[in-house]
Write a protein that binds this ligand. Structure first.
Ligand SMILES: Cc1ncc(COP(=O)(O)O)c(C=O)c1O
Length: 374
């Protein structure tokens, strides 16, 4: 019986490896019997949600019996003004994860190709594989730096989308303005370049390529942003893309009518305008970044300078062991094995006391692992 049902499961789904999210705090508390656990594993904003967003949600609770605005008109109006684009250039998703799926559902037929950096965010491959597409991986260069020539060289007649993640997860490295512009001039007009800028609002580098500037110059790019990171609304699931109206109108065809819930829409509008929360979030991140750098320098560890709210650092030992050891001390991080980097870990930048606790736990862990390795 099972055999007859499963035999019709689409073959491309056999290749899909389940996404492994950062371990939730409650799981670690339960499994290890720990009361005090901190999570620096999912690049969340440690400051917490914007008070203005929380108030907007409170005010919207009485409307929960109504369907959300399927056209997301208010939010689109706000985002259009915020970014200086027209409303028909915006498409909002249940997290930018959903927007990635939309792009693949719109453009990828079986056997078509997407080009992605590696290591990078795994959702591009996931979404393309669901559509029976192939992923062409382009390794980042020394120091996990982008060389966009490698991406241009990877494009074939079957390429439908080039996904660029800038700043990139898990490396924190980014694409420079001049490089992106010359890359876009080189690639075929029928290949869409999607730039995932989930960490855009954390960027400090002056030469960072703002995908939106290039879109406004007429280039064939779609920019993706999210409310999950600096805007601190990860639980509500809301992200969006900005692209040419003709692209948006087709991508919109694969969108369910009520894909973004009402609370997410009102909270996003409020968070977008909460300057105090935005500034505080940026400051905490910038200071936390420098504290982590100083700690890694003290421990003699190589790290990759980051433009995001996380840092990739080489522990020089088995990162799975580091992960387990930190877990026992109530600190959740990501081990690099998932990204094909077996001695690296990725740690999200936390509040000052969380960064300090992580560094102390790391120091004790490395001391033990280095001693036993001898
Ligand atoms: C590069 C990148 N894109 C997209 C996402 C997903 O964002 P969302 O929560 O909007 O689905 C993440 C989340 O970690 C990410 O790192």
């Amino acid at each position: 019986m099972t055999d007859t049902i499963t035999k019709h499961v689409r073959p491309s789904l056999q290749q899909i490896k389940p996404y492994i999210p950062g371990k939730p705090i409650a799981d670690v508390q339960r499994e290890l019997g720990l009361a005090d656990v901190i999570k620096l594993a999912s690049n969340e904003n440690p400051v917490g949600p914007s008070p203005r967003a929380q108030a907007a949600i409170q005010a919207a609770l009485a409307d929960l019996h109504r369907y959300p605005d399927g056209g997301q008109l208010e939010l689109k109006k706000e985002l259009a003004t915020y970014h200086g684009v027209s409303e028909d250039m915006l498409l909002i998703g249940n997290g930018s994860d959903e927007v990635i799926s939309f792009f693949c559902a719109t453009f990828v037929e079986p056997g078509d190709e997407i080009v992605v950096p590696t290591p990078s965010f795994s959702e591009y491959t996931f979404a393309s594989t669901v559509m029976a597409g192939k992923t062409v991986e382009v390794p980042l260069r020394e120091g996990f730096e982008y060389d966009l020539n490698d991406f241009a060289d990877a494009i074939t007649e079957r390429t439908r989308i080039v996904f660029l993640c800038s700043p990139n997860n898990p490396t924190g490295t980014y694409i420079r303005q001049a490089d992106l512009e010359s890359f876009l001039q080189r690639i075929p007009a029928d290949v869409l370049v999607v730039i995932d800028e989930a960490y855009n609002e954390y960027v400090e580098a002056p030469d960072y390529a703002q995908g939106l500037d290039l879109l406004k110059k007429g280039h064939n790019v779609a920019v993706m942003r999210t409310f999950s990171k600096l805007f601190a609304l990860a639980a509500l699931r809301i992200g969006y893309t900005i692209a040419k109206p003709e692209i948006v109108s087709f991508v919109n065809r694969v969108r369910e009518p009520f894909n973004v819930n009402h609370l997410a829409q009102v909270a996003a509008i409020a968070a977008l305008h909460d300057e105090e929360h935005i500034q505080l979030s940026r400051r905490v991140n910038s200071e936390g970044k420098r504290a982590l750098y100083a700690g890694f320098d003290r421990l003699g560890l190589r790290y990759i300078p980051t433009e995001t709210n996380f840092v990739l650092v080489d522990t020089g030992v088995d990162s799975k062991e580091v992960f387990q050891s930190l877990l026992r001390k109530g600190v959740i991080i990501r081990d690099g094995a998932f990204f094909g980097l077996p001695t690296w870990i990725r740690v999200s930048i936390g509040l000052p006391e969380e960064n300090e606790r992580f560094l102390q736990a790391l120091e004790t862990t490395l001391h033990r692992l280095r001693t036993t390795a001898r």
